[in-house]
Write a protein that binds this ligand. Structure first.
Ligand code: HPA
Length: 236
């Protein structure tokens, strides 16, 4: 039974989903890291690729950009396709002075200006956090591989181009590691579904030190580090 945004049968989607933002990245994960990958849905160019990774069935499917787009796919995957775990693998802008471009961040919580934290229960701001088991699996893999990995809060913003950059120093003071646009939405969808989620992010630019501008090759190699941590989190 297809949903409005995913045109396949529930059995076509694996219980474990790797979710980059970019559909081209989902395709690349399928073609370079999966065995037997097949395209099972392609609504709006958001390809869902199902195969196995290290013998474990997984689907790679993009979220698109921002909480609204991600929440459509995550909600349909959890509620209609029997998905148990989704791991976002994406990029973020560095906020903390502790993090540098090229580092990996595992988001142990997500602050947000999106309504996902306040809309479900009037008067309550939900704490949006990942699955502990997934977090542990990803962190163990990342640490064992020797890469620079940080575990802490990120800020999920509804705006890439914000008129309120003045709030960033306050976020930095509270130990926020980086800014991106989807993690809080994913954690909220997992909460609502009674399912599990995690976000593993590569720092692609830094809001304070102006560094960044990774080459295309570098982006790809770095992305591999975050991808391997994400796969470990899904399998944990
Ligand atoms: N802002 C929001 N999302 C991002 C950024 C950023 O600076 N960098 C990578 N994803």
């Amino acid at each position: 039974m297809a949903t409005p945004h995913i045109a396949c049968e529930p059995g076509d989607i694996a219980e474990l989903v790797i979710m980059p933002g970019d559909p081209k990245r989902a395709e690349r994960i399928a073609k370079t890291r999966m065995e037997g990958a097949r395209l099972v849905s392609d609504v709006r160019g958001i390809g869902a690729w199902t195969g196995t990774i290290d013998g474990v069935p997984m689907t790679a499917m993009a979220s698109g950009m921002g909480v609204p787009s991600l929440s459509i796919y995550a909600t349909e995957l959890y509620s209609q396709f029997g998905v148990k775990r989704i791991c976002r693998v994406g990029t973020c802008g560095g906020i903390s002075k502790q993090v540098a471009v090229r580092d990996v961040i595992v988001a142990s919580s997500a602050h947000t200006n999106s309504s996902v934290s306040t809309i479900d229960i009037p008067g309550v701001t939900l704490s949006l956090a990942p699955s502990f088991d997934m977090l542990r699996g990803a962190v163990d893999q990342a640490r064992a591989s020797g890469k620079r990995v940080h575990i802490g809060p990120v800020y999920t913003s509804d705006f890439f181009y914000s008129s309120r950059m003045d709030i960033v120093p306050a976020l930095e003071k509270l130990g926020t590691l980086g800014v991106e646009m989807e993690a809080a939405g994913l954690y909220a969808c997992a909460l609502a579904a009674g399912a599990e989620a995690l976000a593993v992010l590569t720092v692609s630019d830094h809001l304070f030190d102006g560094s960044g501008d990774l080459t295309a090759d570098e982006r790809e190699t770095l992305f591999q580090d975050a991808l391997e941590a994400a796969i470990a989190g899904l399998k944990a």
